[in-house]
Design a protein around this ligand. Structure first.
Ligand SMILES: NC(=O)C1=CN([C@@H]2O[C@H](COP(=O)(O)OP(=O)(O)OC[C@H]3O[C@@H](n4cnc5c(N)ncnc54)[C@H](O)[C@@H]3O)[C@@H](O)[C@H]2O)C=CC1
Ligand SMILES: O=C(O)C(=O)Cc1ccc(O)cc1
Length: 291
């Protein structure tokens, strides 16, 4: 029976929103046998067992990966290097190692530093799906349905390992695409990291104004939509933004240039520039989200 499962034993290191949702989705798909959780917060791991997300847990990463067919590291990106170090000498020979980190350059560099060279069965990954909520309580099996997952395999990646990780995400209802690490970090700086920086700084700017109570009292739905992501975990986003700072700073610079152009147009009463900026943006968005 166990042999027919995609992943007889799955280890999730960091059982929060992303790791918990992955475990739930794989269980629902009947793709996993035993799910072993690992983390540093015992209370939340116990909750993971109560919720049926994981079968058992340990706070020792070395013990957690013992006999695992697939190990998924779902901690903040800043903790990944320490996790690689802790599990390096304890992975089963056939174990596949993957992660869900929002930045790929730093994770690949950490793996390279810890393992000496990139392991053949290491397949870096990133589900482009999530919410502003954190923790195992926030996890749900449907999170990855009709979402994309990016894999950034390296030249030495074992094809069967890449296939298994691809199938794992497909079992969760996701569409899997492959791209280079550098390209991933450039694209995500623009589509994910910049919007989070903007949402955080807009809310921070307004929250430090003297009449903030009045401002927030009259905020409409647009403000709520635009700022939802500023409710995301600040520590996780600090890590992501610093880990991808080169790409992010370039994207911020382009955005600031554009904002400055709009500012100048407003001062000059330049109707055309203001209208054309908004028209181009509406056209682009309408096209992106056609269905
Ligand atoms: N939140 C989101 O929407 C998305 C997050 N990601 C990535 O997924 C990863 C996890 O994010 P979430 O699940 O949202 O966070 P989370 O906070 O819900 O879960 C993280 C888990 O890792 C554990 N953890 C934290 N530091 C640890 C350490 N040093 N050692 C062991 N365990 C540790 C925490 O106890 C928690 O259970 C991050 O790398 C993030 O960049 C990727 C896609 C979407
Ligand atoms: O809350 C949202 O809408 C997100 O943007 C979730 C998210 C957060 C981090 C990622 O790396 C990918 C997706």
């Amino acid at each position: 029976m166990g042999d027919t499962l995609l992943i007889p034993r799955l280890t999730i290191i960091g059982v929060g929103l992303i790791g918990g949702s992955l475990a739930r989705a794989l269980r629902r798909a009947g793709a996993v046998g035993e799910v072993v959780g690992c983390g540093r917060n015992e209370q939340s791991l116990r909750r993971g067992v109560e919720l049926g997300v994981i079968d058992r847990y340990t706070s020792d990463p070395a013990a957690a990966v013992e006999g695992a067919d697939v190990v998924v590291i779902c901690t903040p990106v800043s903790a990944m290097r320490a996790m690689f170090t802790a599990i390096r000498d304890h992975l089963a020979p056939q174990a596949i190692l993957t992660d869900v980190g929002s930045v790929k350059g730093c994770v690949v560099a950490d793996a390279q530093a810890v393992f000496g060279s990139l392991p053949e069965r290491f397949v870096p990954g990133h589900p482009i799906a999530g919410t502003e909520n954190s923790g195992v309580e926030a996890s749900f099996a449907e999170l990855y349905e009709r979402r994309r997952v990016i894999l950034t395999p390296h030249v030495e990646s074992d094809a069967a390992a890449v296939d298994r990780v691809r199938t794992m995400w497909q079992c969760c209802g996701a569409e899997v695409v492959e791209m280079g690490v550098r390209h991933h970090d450039e694209v995500l700086a623009a589509t994910s990291h910049l919007p989070h920086v903007l949402a955080y700084t807009v809310v921070d700017t307004l929250a430090s104004m003297d009449d903030r109570a009045e401002i927030f009292r009259f905020a409409a739905g647009g403000f709520r939509d635009f700022t939802r992501i500023s409710a995301s975990d600040p520590a996780m986003w600090r890590d992501i933004c610093l880990a991808n700072r080169d790409c992010l700073v370039r994207t911020i610079d382009e955005y600031v240039d554009n904002l400055q152009r709009l500012r100048s147009a407003l001062i000059a009463g330049d109707e055309t520039t203001v209208f054309e900026t908004f028209r181009r943006a509406k056209h682009a968005r309408d096209n992106f989200y056609r269905d």
